[in-house]
Design a protein around this ligand. Structure first.
Ligand code: HEC
Ligand code: HEC
Ligand code: HEC
Length: 447
């Protein structure tokens, strides 16, 4: 005789079989979760798999979400409050932690997708394009889903309420942004170019979507829109001043562009802030430190492959090392001459780090001879460095961070202009002189 309980189970197994049993359990739990979610819609769904969270975290890093959505000093990660300079005035980033009242805890995926693609937050709140949705609009649904899962389940909620953005009338009329978007927001997610390889397409996707490189590197038009969102536009990534830093030309120009920099050095620069004897500075140093150092080697290579495919678009600055020896004889009292005032300022204040021959110290102090960052027509960045100094990025894979001191109270505007003009004309460098009024103007702006 078998015990009744066992017999019952046995009989049930025989009647339904194991798969039917698990299907019943599944149906029950589904019904239960449906009942729960219909009574409490903010109830979190099952957390996504760890692999998907890691992918979302990667995209959040490359996309710079944490750096813009976190206050610079002692900020709570993703809780917002950072004021971003814009020509319209400061725009303050919002809390995107999963807090239901102050963050995006009540967002559905559809809400998130709309914010990322169309710049519309729940409640029909049109977002200022200081949030680079013009780039994120190109991200795939899968990537947005992974990013959303990470923000919902991988980030600690915070009830910090950042101060609201207050722009003067009429800029505070958010509804008017709909016209801006109708004119300037690119449509459609990234479409792979079948004529190009997988690596190129991966690079193009990263640069145009999550990397939002164009938001700093592409010149803007009268409507503050980026003048092009991919390689088909002539002005795409050809250089732009933002927040008093000049983000350089990333096309193939031989002077101030990437024409003389090979792909491996570009990939290294993105992950370490040091490529071919140069050092990332200003807003790029932050970009490298907080975001791009986390690029996988393959993604850094893909990004470099894509950048190296961009044809030269602007002809500014030159580097002709063979002219270095002959120039002073041929051009008389040229500013690049070793006898000039600029040269003596350079020898006294700059050469201990950048060296008399402008070659720097590899991995420590950047070279100035042939450095593309020094050769752009727009000298805003290098003037700002000399005025205020800078610190190269600290990364896991790169050399230690180094600081260049600011010379605001050490050198006059005239001396700075002379020293910079010298560096732009010595050792085979050939770029426009820096004038005293360029320096004075920036000094005032930075105050
Ligand atoms: C360059 C700075 C910057 C970067 C990078 C950035 N954001 Fe934003 N984001 C902002 C600003 C500023 C706002 C507020 C805009 C406004 O008030 O109109 C904002 C708003 C948002 C909102 C709307 C929140 C709400 O309900 O008001 C979401 C969602 C968001 N960002 C998500 C992200 C994600 C995800 C990333 C990374 C892929 C990201 N942001 C990267 C600056 C940035
Ligand atoms: C927040 C603004 C900002 C963003 C976003 C940004 N950059 Fe930059 N970038 C700069 C500035 C400013 C410079 C000039 C300073 C320097 O050379 O480090 C620069 C310089 C560079 C250089 C060095 C150029 C040279 O002449 O050696 C490369 C390469 C570069 N950026 C690539 C990228 C890529 C790729 C992206 C997107 C994944 C990107 N940047 C996103 C601001 C930015
Ligand atoms: C104590 C060492 C030191 C001195 C002195 C110094 N620099 Fe620098 N310089 C650096 C470091 C370090 C960087 C990288 C800064 C960064 O990444 O923010 C740099 C960056 C630069 C750059 C940008 C190149 C690049 O690829 O990052 C220029 C241009 C420059 N310095 C010019 C000058 C001039 C002109 C002077 C003299 C007025 C000077 N420097 C004095 C250490 C120094």
């Amino acid at each position: 005789m078998t015990k009744p309980t066992t017999r019952g189970t046995v009989r049930m197994r025989r009647r339904f079989g194991a798969p039917a049993l698990s299907a019943m359990c599944w149906a029950l739990s589904w019904a239960l979760s449906w009942a729960l979610s219909s009574t409490a819609s903010a109830q979190p769904a099952n957390p996504p798999a760890a692999g998907s969270l890691a992918r979302g975290e990667y995209l959040a890093r490359i996309g710079g979400c944490a750096s813009c959505h976190t206050m610079q000093r002692d900020g709570i990660p993703f809780a917002g409050g950072r004021a971003l300079a814009s020509p319209m005035g400061p725009i303050i980033s919002t809390n995107i932690t999963p807090d239901p009242d102050h963050g995006i805890g009540r967002y559905t995926f559809e809400d998130f997708r709309r914010a990322m693609r169309e710049g519309i937050a729940p409640g029909s709140k049109h977002l200022y394009p200081a949030m680079p949705y013009t780039a994120y609009a190109k991200a795939t649904d899968d990537d947005l889903q992974a990013l959303f899962d990470y923000l919902k389940h991988g980030v600690a909620p915070s009830d910090y309420a950042p101060p609201p953005t207050k722009l003067p009338f009429p800029l505070n009329q958010r509804w008017a942004l709909r016209f801006w978007k109708a004119a300037f927001l690119p449509r459609g997610t990234y479409a792979a170019k079948p004529a190009q390889g997988a690596e190129w397409n991966r690079g193009a996707y990263l640069v145009q979507s999550f990397g939002h490189c164009g938001s700093c590197h592409t010149p803007r038009g009268v409507g503050f829109q980026e003048r092009g969102y991919d390689e088909s536009a002539k002005h795409f990534l050809t250089g732009m001043v933002n927040d008093n830093w000049y983000a350089s030309n990333l096309t193939g120009d031989l002077g101030a562009g990437l024409g003389r920099v090979d792909g491996a050095a570009i990939a290294r620069f993105l992950r370490t802030g040091h490529g071919d004897g140069d050092a990332a500075f200003g807003s790029m140093a932050e970009e490298v430190e907080k975001s791009l150092q986390h690029l996988t080697e393959a993604d850094a290579r893909a990004t470099a492959t894509y950048l190296k495919s961009l044809p030269a678009q602007r002809n500014e600055g030159r580097y002709v090392p063979s002219t270095a020896a002959t120039r002073s004889a041929a051009q008389g009292n040229h500013a690049g001459d070793v006898e000039s005032t600029g040269a003596s300022v350079y020898r006294s204040f700059c050469a201990q780090c950048h060296q008399a021959d402008g070659k720097g110290v590899p991995g420590v102090f950047p070279r100035l001879a042939g450095n593309p960052a020094l050769l752009s027509e727009d000298a805003t960045s290098v003037i700002r460095l000399v005025l205020a100094g800078g610190t190269s990025p600290a990364t896991a894979a790169g050399p230690a961070a180094q600081t260049m001191p600011g010379f605001t109270s050490v050198l006059t505007d005239v001396q700075m202009a002379q020293a910079l003009t010298y560096t732009r004309e010595a050792w085979g460098n050939d770029a426009k002189p820096v004038t005293t009024s360029d320096v004075s103007k920036l000094r005032k702006q930075l105050k």
